[in-house]
Ligand binder design. Structure first.
Ligand code: MN
Length: 260
């Protein structure tokens, strides 16, 4: 069997944590980049050494969505694509924007910000988003970590999933970006051939562990008044066991919580 790591793919980003390096995973940001910076301060993040992984959905709804291009330029940030990025890119797949998709994104996905930025800024955002992979695989001293936006088809192992995503298999891509099967049905089976995974997409009031997947979209963008103060931004130490997500946070600043 060939070694999958030998096959170059833009849909999978494979990273290796170096000794002394730390890695954190952040839940769905949706334009709350100020909260991300607050979280990084709380863990005394070292931009020169540490990694920040994002489960996707960096844009829409939140006031700072336009900061996404700057955020993705930071060398320590490794993000995957979420369904919000995907629809924006799909709307701009050709020179003429798909107005139907664009309208959907603006009216139903919280994409009003898109109309308020200059054409140059729009181009910078599109360029940054086009470079995003669909999955991240991070080798750490405490096991192999996967990052996916929404879900993995229940019953499928990680290697099969990675191969299907690399091939661009449409239904598997759709599951990765927008399925809610596992959280909505509370499925607890483990994904074989990977130690632990982090996903976002489905909002919970606190992180939720199902099998070996930690669901960490805790609705950061819904926190702000008149929102619900149960919601917050989750940052988790990628080296810690997933069970840390079920314990009280290490640091709790209300709208920003750190698990590890
Ligand atoms: Mn999503």
């Amino acid at each position: 069997m060939s070694n999958q790591a030998d096959i170059p793919s833009s849909r999978i980003r494979r990273l290796q944590l170096q000794p002394g390096q730390r890695a954190f995973v952040v839940g769905d940001i949706h334009g709350t980049f100020g909260l991300v910076d607050e979280a990084l301060d709380l863990v005394e993040f070292r931009p020169e050494q540490d990694l920040l992984l994002s489960v996707g959905d960096l844009i829409d709804r939140g006031a700072e969505s336009a900061r996404v291009a700057e955020f993705l330029q930071r060398p320590y940030v490794h993000a995957i694509i979420g369904n919000h990025e995907e629809i924006l890119l799909r709307a701009h797949a050709t020179a003429q924007p798909d107005l139907k998709l664009l309208t959907l994104m603006i009216e139903s996905y919280g994409g009003e910000w898109w109309l308020r930025i200059t054409r140059d800024a729009q181009q910078r955002v599109l360029q940054a988003l086009r470079a995003l992979p669909t999955l991240i695989e991070l080798a750490t001293p405490t096991g192999l970590v996967g990052i996916v936006h929404a879900d993995i088809p229940p019953g499928m192992n990680w290697q099969t999933f990675v191969m299907a995503i690399e091939r661009g298999h449409p239904r598997t891509l759709a599951t990765a970006l927008q399925s809610r099967t596992r959280p909505s049905q509370g499925l607890t089976q483990h994904v074989p051939l990977i130690d632990r995974l982090y996903a976002g997409h489905t909002v919970h009031k606190r992180p939720r562990v199902l099998g070996n997947i930690g669901f960490i979209d805790t609705g950061a963008v819904f926190h702000a008044p008149p929102g619900n103060s149960d919601y917050h931004l989750t940052l988790v130490d990628a080296l810690s066991p997933l069970q840390c997500l079920e314990a009280p946070p290490l640091i709790d600043r209300g709208r920003v919580r750190v698990y590890g």
